[in-house]
Write a new protein. Sequence first.
Length: 256
Amino acid sequence: MSKLLDIDEIYLFQKLIEILPKKGIFIEIGANDGNNNSHCSFLKKNNWEGYCIEANPEIAEVLYNNNKNYKNIHCFNYAITDQDNKDILFYIESSSMSGVSSLYKSRANSTDADNSSSLNRIIKKNVKVVGKKLNTFVKELNITECDLLLTDCEGEDINILLSTDFSIFKPKYIMSETTFLFYYKNIIQKDKNRRQITQEVYDLLLTHMEKFNYKLILSNDMIDYKKKYFPYLLGFPMNCVWELQLGDHTEDNKEP
C-alpha cells in the first residue's frame, strides 16, 4: 500500500480491492509520484493498465521516472478540472509532502485545524498547467473502458465529478476525496460555515451521481478522527466510493 495516504482512504481502498476485478484499467487523478499518496503502486504491480495524471509539474516528472519501466502505466501532466484547454494556476507548497499542493491557494497555504495539517504549509511558487475536463481527456486518448476512477485533488474533486458526463464515460467504480467540498467553484461564502456549504454541495453531488446510476457503497464513520481534525465533516464521508449499477452497463446495448 502507498505511503502517506490518510487512514480513511487506506481502509476504503482495502475494502474496494475485495470487489474489484483482479486486473483492469484505472485512471488516477492526483497521482502524485505514483508511489506516495497514490494507489498506482499497488495497481501497477497487479498488472492493471493505468492512466496517472498529476498537475504539479515537478512531481509529474518524478511520476514519469518512477513508471518509465512499466509499459502498462501512462503518465500525464494536466490539471483535470471543469475547464477545457486553459492555463490553470497551480499552487506548489514548500513542504516535502508535495501532495498537498493544490489549485486552491487557501488549501496549499493552510495551517488551520480543519485541514488536518501539522505542517506550516507555505506556498513556494505557482505555475500554469494545462487544464482539461475528464471527458476531454478520455476522448483524446480513446479510453473506452475504465474499471476504476480515483481522484485525490485537494478540493478540486467536486468540480471534476460535477463537470463529468458519466453517460459518456462510465467507470465501474469511483473513489473520490470529499473532505473539501466547500471548495466547490472556489467560492467560500462568508455568510455560510463549512458545514453548511458541505451539506449543500454533498446533496448536489449525490443528485449528480444518482442521475448516472451510481450508488454509494462502503463507508467508514471515522468519528473520533473527524472530531479532532474535521469537525465540519461529522455525518459526511471523507472519501466516497461509487459503484455503477449493473443496469447502466447494459442500457446502451438495448434495441431502440
